[in-house]
Design a protein around this ligand. Structure first.
Ligand code: BGC
Length: 717
């Protein structure tokens, strides 16, 4: 921060009343979108009285400028507000949900969609997004898995960096930049039994090794705001967790940005049972380091009492105000409160953005099964039936966080497929609703399927069935969709099933019967066109699962980087680690995803064979496209430390690389491994690097049998 800004901030703090100081820490929603349980009556009153420092759920350049004008011209000190919003997977142009985008395994794509979302949201007066969401998620029952990059820490770290780069660009004061808020610090994804806002049970070591690294990566990439999780760590709610927020993240990591509480989370410290009243809650949060109170009015109502009680000091309050004002300075708001040069979008740019959304969408859908090569449909048959409740449903394509997206601007599957195959006779029947008991539409859908040469069956979840508070104990097909699917499959016609969902669905039966199954997640603005690209073979699917796909709910949580057991699975030995009724392994492993061509990865070379602390290994493999069409292959790099002072995971992702090859073409990819990649968090919570042999695995997925393997030696001392 410049000396000028620092001086100005001190002058402002010196001139402020206690109410005005607390006001800077107060953030209210403007109700343009509903994202939480409590609503304010009026925000203009507190704003004019200097009792409001920032707002969210308010966008549109006229509206934001109008409200900013009140802050700048009608309050005693004229301090500008900042405006935040949940721009989770696009703003006006809607991109695939994060879980889908993660499946692209492509930092350049993650960065590009964030850049576009930044331009669009900056154009609407926004300065801050409540993204990226960085909660490692291993439980498909939890609705918020849809907002995450899935089960892997390393992949989430890469997503964190790419998203921060994309949203913020090189300069936070640039008119097309928006600041990021990495959320939700941390281990929110570990809620027990996948129920939102519930207790977590995570060891401190796992907290450090599995859940924290993406936040560190975001901070190192320049993320200036963090949002603590609603949940607790060992009984201490994150909103009051001074040891993590203050001592670790601010103290040890050197984070100098702001903490924004989650929605009403400070008041909820009372419900958590760690605060007796709102003043107590406010004191705990302020002491922990929370600078901005989102929607609890706990600071407004509680801090004056806490000051009187002596549970917080004026110095505590001033420190938080100083950080909020420094954040505003960092955004350049004192110089340009109205963001005068906010981008004005042209029709050409909007078309370009939609093209990017289409590209992101086709790179995000994972071809899970393709029995007998039903796909691609290069020669479209004459009569095609497009069936199911998600077929002609543009609004559902928005996904759980729609930003400023509009249902009517999304391309439905039906529309996209009609454009893809104009010569075919495409007929549609809904069959059943997404979630009702009504079976009356099934006979018509069955009849249509019977009269067709090909069926595209569009089933799945409604968008509100995932995302926040969108948990499902039984993540399968809701309502009577399974009955519709059964009826259609009974016709014996070739059936391609498109799964619209925010999580892996436990529908093993569908994979046994359908010709092909493609998980489309929620693809956003260009859903139908992108699906047309993939089904017709104009795009060869390249996405991979960022999360293991369970055989059955009973396996959850099932994830690849588990610790080895002392009694590994053995089919014929009873006392080994297994279920009596279902397999241990997921139906599809992390990294699974089919292509229309066949890639062969071979000739693994790793060197040097012996490594010292601070060194690096270079890993090369050859990749051949042995099929008939061009395609993109993703090569994953895993490591394993077979003997260490702590039991280490059976596999850990440490690298990825992509290569595009024409039919019959060969090439090679290079990956790198540093000694940092071989270290782990010890019981003292410090990184450890231990000498010994390390196994290196390279290949398409976390299925060990499909991986090439070699070893290197590390001399750590
Ligand atoms: C969610 C956050 C979100 C906030 C503001 C909360 O309920 O947990 O992820 O940023 O609302 O809408």
């Amino acid at each position: 921060m410049s000396q000028h800004s620092a001086k100005r901030i001190e002058q402002l703090i010196g001139a402020m009343t206690v109410e005005e100081k607390i006001g800077q820490l107060n953030m209210l929603t403007a109700n343009l979108a509903v994202t939480g349980p409590v609503m304010p009556g009026d925000y203009m009153g507190p704003l004019k009285a200097g009792k409001l420092g920032s707002m969210f759920n308010l966008y549109g350049v006229d509206l934001t400028r109008q409200v900013q004008r009140v802050a700048v011209e009608e309050t005693r000190l004229g301090i500008p507000l900042f405006f935040g919003y949940d721009v989770i997977h696009g703003h006006r142009t809607v991109f695939p949900i994060p879980l889908a985008e993660a499946a692209a395994f492509d930092p350049a794509l993650w960065e590009r969609s964030a850049r576009i979302a930044a331009i669009e949201s900056a154009a609407e007066g926004l300065m801050l997004v409540f993204a990226p969401m960085l909660d490692v998620s291993r439980d498909p029952r939890w609705g918020r898995i849809s907002e995450s990059a899935g089960e892997d820490t390393w992949l989430t770290e890469r997503l964190a960096e790419a998203k921060v780069r994309g949203f913020q660009g090189p300069d936070l004061t640039a008119p097309d930049s928006v600041a990021t808020t990495a959320k939700h610090l941390a281990a929110y994804g570990a809620v027990l039994a996948g129920r939102d806002y519930a207790q977590t049970e995570v060891s401190e070591r796992a907290f450090h090794e599995t859940y924290l690294p993406p936040f560190k990566a975001a901070i190192e990439a320049g993320c200036p705001a963090l949002m603590p999780a609603f949940t607790d760590l060992e009984g201490v709610p994150m909103t009051a967790n001074r040891a993590v927020l203050h001592d670790l993240v601010r103290g040890e990591w050197g984070f100098d940005g702001i903490y924004i509480s989650d929605y009403n989370a400070i008041a909820e410290l009372v419900a958590h049972g760690v605060a007796a009243d709102i003043a107590d809650a406010a004191a705990l949060a302020l002491k922990a380091g929370i600078d901005v109170d989102m929607m609890a009015s706990a600071y407004t109502n509680g801090l004056p009492i806490a000051l009187e009680r002596g549970t917080v000091t004026m110095a505590d309050l001033d420190a938080a105000v100083r950080r909020v004002l420094a954040f505003k300075a960092r955004l350049g708001l004192f110089e340009d409160p109205y963001r005068e040069k906010a981008p004005q979008l042209t029709a050409g740019q909007r078309a370009e953005f939609r093209e990017a959304a289409r590209d992101a969408a086709r790179r995000s859908m994972v071809l899970l099964s393709n029995r007998g090569g039903v796909l691609p449909i290069t020669q479209a048959p004459r009569r095609i039936a497009v069936l199911g409740p998600l077929a002609d449903n543009a609004t559902e394509m928005l996904g759980p966080w729609s930003g400023a997206g509009r249902g009517e601007e999304m391309v439905s599957f039906l529309d996209g497929l009609r454009k893809t195959w104009p010569q075919s006779e495409i007929k549609y029947a809904r069959g059943v609703d997404i979630d009702s008991e009504d079976l009356s539409g099934i006979p018509a859908a069955f009849e249509l399927a019977r009269q067709s040469d090909l069926v595209i069956l569009c089933v799945g979840e409604a968008r509100q069935m995932s995302g926040e508070a969108g948990c499902r104990a039984r993540p399968g097909l809701p309502g009577k969709q399974a009955a519709l699917a059964d009826a259609v499959l009974d016709t014996g016609k070739p059936v391609v099933a498109l799964l619209t969902c925010g999580r892996p669905l436990a529908v093993s039966w569908l994979f046994e019967r359908a010709g092909a199954v493609l998980v489309t997640w929620y693809l956003g603005s260009e859903a139908g066109n992108a699906v047309g690209d993939v089904l017709s073979g104009r795009w060869n699917p390249s996405a991979r699962l960022p999360v293991s796909w369970p055989v059955d709910v009973g396996q959850i949580p099932v994830f690849y980087s588990r610790l080895p057991t002392g009694r590994p699975f053995a089919a014929n030995i009873r006392y080994t680690s297994k279920y009596l009724d279902i397999p241990n392994e997921p139906l599809f492993p992390f990294g699974h995803g089919l292509s229309y061509t066949r890639f062969k990865v071979s000739n693994l070379r790793a060197g040097p064979a012996e490594l010292r602390r601070g060194g690096a290994v270079t890993i090369d493999v050859d990749v051949a496209n042995d099929g008939k069409v061009a395609g993109e292959e993703t090569v994953l790099l895993f490591v394993r430390d077979p003997v260490a002072t702590l039991s280490r995971p059976v596999l850990e992702l440490k690298g990825m690389a992509k290569i595009t090859l024409g039919p019959g073409e060969r090439g090679s990819v290079r990956l790198k491994l540093t000694t940092d990649d071989l270290s782990f968090i010890g019981t003292d919570l410090e990184p450890r690097l231990e000498s010994g042999t390390f196994e290196i695995f390279v290949g398409p997925s976390a299925k060990k049998e499909d991986l090439l393997q070699t070893t290197i030696r590390l001399l750590a001392s």
